[in-house]
Design a protein around this ligand. Structure first.
Ligand code: NAD
Ligand code: MG
Length: 359
């Protein structure tokens, strides 16, 4: 088993990465817990619900199950309330522990419920999608959506542990694997050139869920995210580099309508565009941008952006949380493995966006 330690002002906790972790969840339940509430959805419950309930019961604590409807469309206030309903009906007190079993949607909602139930209780992340294992379960950001914006209502709340069972990825659709791999590649691009090289050599193995390759990819991603988050828990600076490719990606998601492309697919394509912009503005070698495109394609994500029209692209990107006073700022790469966060000249941006229409 690999252990990655996360150390933030808001909490210190381990990330355990190993096949079969689902059966050992009781080890991460704090000794003074009074009850465990397992929060999941019908898709994940059908696959792993009973097994996880049994594993949690080994802690000797009572276990209740709260099942939320599946999907990003339900990451909202009404669904969040179902968690509070379940907790209050079962008289869960401040020493109860929530367990988030599912992808990023369950993790974000369960985390936010834990942040606010009785002013904050403990929770355990058990991420079951690749995206959740390498990204959303680490770092303590929790949120729900508002009809006027994604992730607009939330809190920082760190889990007591993150339990990653690499075996659960076998039931995940291949598109979800590719989408998660986009975030894996992102870590190499922004902070670890050697890891990017490793991803190039192991793209096919990661996609095929080769046990050694996927474990290494997950562990290294968690280490790198943890390094960033430990230095800047609340995104006052450095943490912003984790949004590499996301300004373009969010525009794709919003422009095509959420759900057309998976988030990771849009980020994959967005990283290709951000690399092209970096060639124009930060001296990234054209050969490096070509490598980014080749790797994004190799992990199974789209590399050709949709033709939204330059004006609409710019409108959509302005909604992104990274604009300040109307100037568009991007995470850009002077070289593979190093990122900076700066405004980009409009003419260079338009040149990249014109590529979306011409190719
Ligand atoms: P998701 O949670 O919707 O999961 C995708 C689908 O896979 C769902 O239908 C789910 O039920 C199913 N599923 C989950 N595990 C499975 C398994 N092992 N086998 C088969 N099916 C399985 O999507 P996601 O990509 O995991 O997460 C996206 C969410 O994460 C978004 O809401 C996003 O805002 C959030 N997010 C949060 C952070 C953060 O820092 N908090 C970071 C990135 C993303
Ligand atoms: Mg992302």
């Amino acid at each position: 088993m690999s252990i990655v330690q996360v150390d933030t002002p808001g909490g210190r906790y381990p990330i355990h990465v190993a096949p079969g972790r689902l059966d050992r969840l009781a080890e991460s339940i704090p000794a003074d817990a009074t009850a465990i509430a397992l929060v999941t959805n019908p898709t994940v419950a059908a696959l792993y619900g009973e097994r996880v309930e049994k594993a949690l019961a080994r802690s000797g604590k009572p276990v209740i199950r709260i099942t939320l409807p599946d999907g990003e469309a339900h990451k909202d206030w009404q669904t969040l309330n179902l968690i509070f309903d379940g907790l209050l009906r079962n008289r869960c007190d401040r020493k109860s522990v929530l367990v988030a079993l599912g992808g990023g949607v369950i993790g974000d909602m369960c985390g936010f419920a834990a942040a606010s139930y009785m002013r904050g209780i403990r929770f355990l992340q058990v991420p079951t999608t690749l995206l959740a294992q390498v990204d959303s379960s680490v770092g303590g950001k929790t949120a729900i959506n508002h009809p006027l914006g994604k992730n607009m209502i939330g809190a920082f709340h760190q889990p007591v542990a993150v339990e990653i069972d690499t075996d659960v990825l076998r039931t995940l659709p291949p598109r979800e694997i590719s989408a998660g791999l986009a975030e894996v590649v992102k870590y190499g691009l922004i902070i670890d050139a050697e890891f990017f090289d490793w991803c190039e050599r192991n793209a096919a193995k990661m996609r095929a869920l080769d046990p050694e390759a996927i474990s290494h990819a997950i562990r290294r991603s968690c280490e790198l995210k943890s390094q960033v988050v430990s230095q800047d828990e609340r995104e006052s600076g450095l943490r912003a580099i984790l949004n590499f490719g996301h300004t373009f990606g969010h525009a794709i998601e919003a422009g095509l309508g959420y759900g057309q492309w998976l988030h990771g697919e849009a980020v994959g394509c967005g990283m290709v565009q951000a690399a092209e912009l970096s060639v124009l503005t930060h001296g990234l070698p054209a050969e490096s941008a070509r490598r980014v495109r080749a790797l994004v394609a190799a992990i199974g994500c789209p590399v050709q952006p949709p033709d939204l029209g330059v004006d609409r692209w710019i409108d959509l990107m302005q909604v992104d949380k990274k604009t300040e006073g109307g100037t568009l700022r991007f995470i850009l790469l002077p070289e593979i493995g190093r990122a900076c966060f700066e405004p980009a000249p409009l003419d260079a941006l338009k040149q990249v966006l014109a590529g979306a229409a011409s190719a």
